[in-house]
Design a protein. Structure first.
Length: 307
């Protein structure tokens, strides 16, 4: 596998002192070996560090943060600067996984030149190791590849196209649309895409695309035959405050855990059970004795004044 040794540090993952860094060529080798690729989203240092330390192969700073972090109705409102902010935080945490930044709506929908310029910002200013773009934008993928920027494509249900699609609907359900997505996938591969995300398409279609491509496919709502799988972290742990999508398996109920912890804290504060004496700082005994001595020496004077 094409891997790079990333020197460890005392604050990074348990894989230290030597961490095997995941790269685009490494993911391609995983496909060749038939080894499934694991991927998750992350938007902040703490989450990204936990995700990376569990051995996840790819961390996506997804534009889904517009919804699960910022409370927007869809992904369209998040800006380049906001995505850069979150990508920086994630990159500081990650030692092993490939860090991929979603290019937000509007950042690559104009000229190819503008798209490349914005992608360069994610690499130079935020430390992204690849960028992800939605749709069959072959010319842009070619230009990014020529600019030495690894690209991950995204076909099928592309959330930035929600208005055109009329909602979040399963794609590639007719013969014509199946042929089109297969042609688009091949075109993206030939243009230089290193990985392809397939979202919200029938399992059978994803399986055919995966078999026909030499680059890895990462599925989300696209069945188990993809070379890897990705979920939104907040969906996986029940922190999205939204109805669960069919494909989004919940592995934990962080909302209940956090809510119980916060309620317990509030109750402890209201009953003066927090902080305890053990959780409080104390004066050094010598200082405490000195202060007590000063208090006792002043006390007789107060008594005389009262007399």
């Amino acid at each position: 596998m094409s891997l790079t040794n990333f020197p460890g540090s005392a604050s990074s993952s348990p894989l230290d002192p030597s961490i095997t860094k995941v790269t685009i060529p490494a993911l391609a080798e995983m496909k060749r070996q038939g080894k499934p690729i694991s991927a998750l989203t992350a938007y902040d240092y703490a989450t990204a560090r936990l995700v990376d330390e569990t051995g996840i192969d790819l961390v996506l700073v997804g534009d889904s943060l517009a919804m699960v972090v910022m409370g927007q109705d869809n992904t369209l409102a998040v800006t380049v600067d906001e995505m850069l902010h979150h990508t920086r935080a994630v990159r500081r945490a990650v030692r092993r996984a490939l860090v991929v930044a979603d290019m937000p709506f509007g950042s690559y929908h104009g000229t190819v030149t503008d798209g490349v310029a914005n992608a360069v910002r994610f690499v130079k200013e935020a430390g992204a190791e690849a960028v992800k773009i939605e749709g069959p934008r072959v010319a842009l993928v070619q230009a990014l590849t020529d600019a030495e920027i690894p690209v991950i494509g995204h076909l099928g249900l592309t959330p930035q196209s929600v208005n055109r699609m009329g909602g979040y609907r399963v794609q590639a359900r007719t013969v014509d649309s199946v042929q089109q997505i297969k042609a688009d996938a091949k075109a993206l591969e030939e243009a230089g895409a290193g990985v392809l995300v397939l979202e919200g398409i029938p399992r059978e279609v994803a399986a055919e695309i995966t078999a026909e491509l030499t680059i890895p496919t990462i599925g989300i709502g696209a069945g188990p035959e993809c070379d890897g799988q990705i979920l939104v972290f907040h969906d996986m742990v029940n922190l999205s405050f939204a109805p669960k999508a069919k494909f989004a398996r919940r592995y934990a109920d962080a909302a209940s855990l956090f809510r119980a912890a916060v309620e317990h804290y509030r109750e402890d504060v209201e009953h003066r059970a927090f902080p305890s004496d053990e959780e409080s700082y104390h004066l050094p005994s010598a200082v405490k004795k000195e202060m007590q001595g000063e208090t006792s020496s002043v006390h007789p004077i107060k008594q005389l004044r009262k007399a």
